[in-house]
Ligand binder design. Structure first.
Ligand SMILES: Nc1nc2c(ncn2[C@@H]2O[C@H](COP(=O)(O)OP(=O)(O)O)[C@@H](O)[C@H]2O)c(=O)[nH]1
Ligand SMILES: [Mg+2]
Length: 145
């Protein structure tokens, strides 16, 4: 089975989202390195925030069928460069995380995500309420299968 590489800022909710996609609950441990699990590749947020790591992300993306760009719904500012997803040699989708959070602003999150994602579908999700998790899993599995 091919894989989906999940990228996004530190604490955006990448690892917790992956757990939800794989049918597990609860918080995730801090991601220290590339982590291959089932059909997912988890990445440390530092890899997306620090250009020194971009080469590593690019190299790994060659093993992926698609990239999932994750945006925290509670964040007020851009954390990734404009057009970030366009640098990968594979298609990109977007997920907004933490939609359940009292400080979540879905509209703002979609706008911020759009700047770094460009074209590509965006799914609103929460690993707590499980909003959007089944929908996102279906879309991603359709790509890796
Ligand atoms: N309210 C809420 N918090 C979340 C959700 N997903 C993750 N978090 C919290 O966000 C923080 C960072 O999550 P983590 O998955 O480690 O982020 P990562 O660095 O992108 O892998 C943790 O404190 C999580 O509990 C969610 O869906 N809802
Ligand atoms: Mg993580």
């Amino acid at each position: 089975m091919r894989k989906i590489m999940i990228v996004g800022a530190v604490a955006a909710g990448k690892s917790t989202l992956i757990k939800a996609l794989l049918g597990e609950q609860g918080p995730a441990a801090k991601t220290q390195s590339l982590l291959y699990r089932d059909w997912t590749i988890d990445t440390p947020g530092e890899y997306s925030e620090n250009p020194l790591f971009y080469r590593s992300l690019m190299a790994t993306s060659h093993e992926a069928a698609a990239v999932l760009l994750v945006q925290d719904a509670t964040r007020e500012r851009q954390s990734l460069p404009p057009g970030f997803a366009g640098g990968f040699p594979v298609p990109a989708l977007g997920a907004v995380t933490k939609s359940d959070h009292p400080k979540a602003d879905a509209e703002r999150a979609v706008k911020l995500l759009r700047q770094s994602l460009g074209q590509g579908e965006i799914v609103l999700t929460s690993a707590r309420s499980l909003q959007g998790i089944d929908e996102l899993r279906e879309k991603l599995l359709a790509i890796v299968r």
